[in-house]
Design a protein around this ligand. Sequence first.
Ligand code: PXP
Length: 235
Amino acid sequence: MRLGINIDHVATLRQARQEKFPDPSDAAKECIAGGADGIVCHLREDRRHIQDYDVKKIKELNARLDLEMAATDEMVRYAIKIKPDMVTLVPEKREEITTEGGLDVVKYSKKLKNVIKKLQDAGIIVSLFIDPVSKQVEESAVLCAKFIEIHTGKYANAKTADKKDLQLKIIGTMVQKARLIGLKINAGHGLDYSNVKQIIKIPGIEELNIGFSVVARSVFVGMKQAVIEMKEAIS
Ligand code: PXP
């Protein structure tokens, strides 16, 4: 299973003081040194953490780059210019602390069709960040996305063992369904060194995208070691 590391929170720290450091691209280098298979960053419309120049510097590292973004005209133009290896389309609300739910690909199907085509025509692989819900999985295939990323937040936030088990079952079922209809599957959100252990037992997930827990761990052990430990946790 591959590991993509989301380095947004390095930028969050820098922006808290409007400083030049810590530099997310330096963090990305450490992630690669620690064995990360790719770097993920979310360029928000309000540029509240990652900045355009960060994406440019990360891209220059020649590591696999998964750019998370909203399906807006501005972001599509940007992605086509930058050409990340993958774009993960996410919902975006200005006031949210993090991406709180999956993209409603059923509701926004018409707009997404257009966006996905433009990105794919530019040679970019498109992934849709969705909740583990049947109709969202089905619509992702209708929209010809190559990948979906299953939002694991409900599993991560479940407070009891029963509720966690239920969420795991739902994710497992949706992963199988997605595979059957030809989608490739990533997963992420709220995963940490402990709760990831159950997720890796689900067959069919190709990559986990993890951010907060790894950046938080890096405060104590450094970014490279934090990634090494997450690689160990998922192996
Ligand atoms: N995947 C997607 C699509 C996300 O939006 C995020 C959060 O930015 C993550 C993965 C990583 O989530 P976390 O920071 O909780 O590990």
